[in-house]
Design a protein around this ligand. Structure first.
Ligand code: UDP
Length: 491
């Protein structure tokens, strides 16, 4: 009997896609153990009814392990290396015990874990499973294009693009990422490579190891669709034996649910499937209801981005100057330390023209007819959610994979514009006008966004590539359990 243990990195950009995959696998009839750190689980439980609902599913259980960090530790994603190190050293035994209890007895009488789906960024998930001889698949929660760019770091070092030369021309094309030579500029390389002073830089080393690890999994699972990233996927397939593109997971979950009326779950809507570290402020949906179709600019920089007060004010003036109503997510921890208070003029004018919330039900917001564009930090989940909704983007990437994603949005998929490295008020205003106004550029973007939305939705429908790949993934997982336990009573 197949029993899958899923173990994501404890962050907003990772746990929700893992939960979606876990729910899909559960609906396919597999036993699911979902591992969260205690700290992340407490936060998700406090703000995401989904987690409660999932815990109520048959053959679906949560297990938590300590992350080894102090109670008061802010666990900022930007310090992910420290979080990873703590997990690797202090959570190891807890994870090992979940994977294979020392006394050999599962407390719920479940069969042993037959497959781990580990986060591609979390080497612990992979290492311990290998030690225990449990097959591992890896899920990368970022785009294939960024995973390929990360994989290409050694080549970029060879071509002299990394570390960035002093006074580097940021607009120069780089030659080290195969297939992207004609459009990937130095400024589009993953943000984490910008500050590396040498190849010994710990972040660079981490990125290179994570890339090498990809080949160690039985398969690589990706929240993307073939129609979006086919050329990059063919490069990736040179390093990973088997790749399952099963995205967009949110759409697949909706479709898979509606085709399986026998399953004991409520209907999948964007609302019921969201999972958040912050409490969603749903009042903004009412505010959206009061605005005409495609009139509102939705602004959110995800769960990690931190901006200076100066940048915040520039965005603010740009948005007001554009004359468009806006819905803006400003997390309590989004403004740089010491600068936390929102400017008074921002608060006042927001009441007249905008709606400010600390956290929004983003998938529902993007699906709302009054949203006309998304000013985003280009995190992969946000990018994919915007593509599904057919909403054109204005990209202002902060770090990590976002620099690559935004280049693809602007230059390859042409479903948005990229204002990378700029945030002056006139730039913001100009970009909003360009995308929202009735001119040629706006029209083209809306058309491409609608086409791309159609394509990815089809991919996740029965017979589509992601839907079919998911079925293959389930078969693959089942085959691992029959190989491992051949002849045993659990078969
Ligand atoms: N999100 C949300 N409400 C918000 C802002 C973000 O639900 O107000 C969700 C968003 O839908 C996405 C995730 O948080 O699924 C952010 O992930 P992403 O990969 O875009 O960026 P990260 O937070 O990892 O930088």
């Amino acid at each position: 009997m197949a029993h899958v243990l899923l173990f994501p990195f404890p962050a907003q950009g990772h746990v929700p896609p893992f939960l979606k995959l876990a729910e899909l696998l559960s609906r396919a009839g597999l036993f699911i153990t979902f591992v969260n750190t205690e700290h992340a689980h407490r936060r998700f439980l406090a703000s995401s009814p989904t987690i409660d609902r999932l815990a109520g599913l048959q053959r679906f259980r949560f297990r938590t392990i300590p992350d080894g960090l102090g109670e008061e530790d802010p666990r900022l994603f930007v310090h992910f290396l420290r979080i990873l190190e703590s997990l690797r050293t202090r959570s190891r035994e807890h994870y090992r015990e979940l994977l294979a209890p020392e006394d050999g007895h599962d407390p719920d009488g479940w069969p042993p874990v037959t497959c781990v789906v580990g986060d591609g960024m979390l080497s612990l998930a992979l290492e311990v499973a290998e030690e225990m001889d449990v097959p591992v698949m890896l899920l990368r929660t970022s785009s294939a294009c960024s995973v390929w760019a990360y994989y290409s770091i050694p080549k970029l070092v060879e071509t002299g693009d990394i570390p960035f030369p002093e006074k580097a021309d940021m607009d120069e094309l780089v030659q080290g990422v195969a297939g992207m030579e004609s459009f990937l500029r130095r400024r589009d390389l993953p943000g984490l490579t910008r500050h590396a002073k040498s190849v010994a830089d710990p972040t660079l080393k981490f990125l290179m190891t994570a890339s090498e690890n990809l080949a160690r999994g039985r398969a690589l699972i990706m929240n993307t669709a073939e129609c979006l990233e086919s050329p990059v996927l063919s490069h990736l397939s040179s390093i990973c034996r088997v790749i399952y593109t099963v995205g967009p997971l949110q759409t697949l979950l909706q479709n898979f649910g509606s085709c399986r009326p026998d399953q004991d779950v409520s209907n999948s809507t964007a609302a019921s499937n969201s999972a958040s570290l912050w409490q969603e402020d749903r009042s903004c949906l009412k505010w959206l209801d009061s605005h005409p179709n495609k009139s509102v600019v939705y602004v959110s920089f995800g769960s990690v981005t931190v901006v200076s007060r100066e940048a915040l004010v520039e965005f603010w003036h740009g948005l007001v100057g554009s004359g468009r109503p806006f819905l803006w997510v400003i997390r309590p921890d989004m403004v740089e330390a010491g600068d936390e208070t929102a400017p008074a003029e921002l608060e006042t004018a927001a009441r007249e023209r905008g709606c400010l919330v600390a956290w929004a039900p983003q998938e529902e917001v993007l699906a709302h007819p009054s949203v006309g564009c998304f000013l985003t930090h280009s995190g992969w989940n946000s990018t994919l959610e915007s593509i599904v909704a057919g909403v054109p983007m204005i990209c202002w990437p902060f770090f990590a994979d976002q620099q690559v994603n935004s280049r693809f949005v602007g230059e390859v998929w042409k479903v948005g514009v990229d204002m990378k490295d700029l945030c002056g008020r006139s730039v913001v205003e100009g970009m909003v006008r360009k995308v929202m106004d009735g001119g040629e550029v706006g029209e083209e973007l809306r058309k491409s966004a609608a086409e791309m939305s159609h394509m990815v939705r089809i991919a996740a429908e029965e017979g589509g590539s992601s839907y079919t790949n998911f079925q293959k993934l389930v078969d693959h997982i089942k085959s691992l359990s029959s190989q491992k336990y051949q002849g045993s009573s659990n078969k």
